[in-house]
Design a protein around this ligand. Sequence first.
Ligand code: FMN
Length: 401
Amino acid sequence: MADLSVEFAGLELMNPFMLASAPPAASGEMIQRAFERGWAGAVTKTIALEPASDVQPRLARLAMGRRTIGLENIELITQRDLEVWVRDIEEIKRHYPDHNLFASLMAAVVEEEWHSLIKQVEEAGVDGLELNFGCPHGMPEKGMGSVQGQDPTIAGEITRWAKEVATVPVMVKLTPNVTDIVQIGKACEEAGADAVSAINTVSVLIGVDLDCLEPLPSVGGTSAFGGYSGPAVKPIGLRCVAQLAKGTSLPVSGIGGIGRWQDAAEYILVGASTVQVCTAVMFRGYKIVEKMKEGLSAYMDEKGFESVAKMRGCMLPKITAHEELDFDHNVVASVDEALCIKCRLCYTACMDGGWQAIEMESRQVYPRVMIEKCDGCSLCLQVCPVEGCISLVPLEAGQHS
Ligand SMILES: Cc1cc2nc3c(=O)[nH]c(=O)nc-3n(C[C@H](O)[C@H](O)[C@H](O)COP(=O)(O)O)c2cc1C
């Protein structure tokens, strides 16, 4: 069986799966139940010197059919006092000494505030710290959260303050709401960070209730921009993790849209050492870690990866600058008539969004690809509802006139 244990910023984790700083890690009782289920680590809901109070409601989802694609939240940091968290941390570590507990911290750009927070959670027994430079709503107006992660000078300065007093590893959680996440990651690295995590939520407005004429999530008729999470943000998270893994030497904890073992495998392949999960647990509970561990381990066995460390970053050499891609790699679409249901989706897409390379006079005939017109863009394959019906085959010399 593949070895799921990982070394991360000097800590030993029994597997790469951690709860992200969010509602599933909102109290000691919850974190202990998650550890019991098999999560190796957790990052507490963000703790500050003063707790927050939240609006109601504060969630709204984007669905496609019954499936949730993404979730917007306008929730703030923890509603619980620091002293309550200190007691919770002590209790978690008493019962689960071998699990890894990170305290997520947030404060203003004031050295003493960071020092005070760090000393208190460290004395309670945390194994690591996560500096929250990522929350995109509510806190930035108070000079905290993503405004700190959007400025490399501030991000570096706070990291330096944290490293002055911290005796446990310092991880910095970055926001994707920046032009260049590597610039921020490098500033934290230069300031002595031991790891980075990415991504915090993506700043969005999820929608408008057309009947009530209210922006969503509606708090008695008004709303604010919030943070987007869940499956829709995975491509953004993967891009950020790959950029950080390529552009810095820091270990990376991958976050964003992870809910299946396949998502975790993708994050590890593009450079993550550990992964963190929030929305999938909010929707389906702590138990999802069991299938994720089983699935990841089976996949590693199948592909011959003996350990997470051996698998980590294997895709990075294959992610290149666009100009380095092979412009002589030419393909054309091919339709398998045995599978085709004559739905005409490929025909319409190619006519109005592609290269007018598919012929289909009526629903009675199969679509026919005109090779000389096909530009190999793959739009027909993207819209085809039947798996395997349309494929891309190499263009043989002389097929295009
Ligand atoms: C309701 C909600 C509350 C959150 N609260 C925090 C928080 O207090 N601190 C933090 O660093 N991230 C917070 N997050 C962000 C998550 O930790 C995570 O970065 C993000 O949701 C992407 O991961 P996911 O797609 O697995 O949810 C919150 C997310 C949600 C949905």
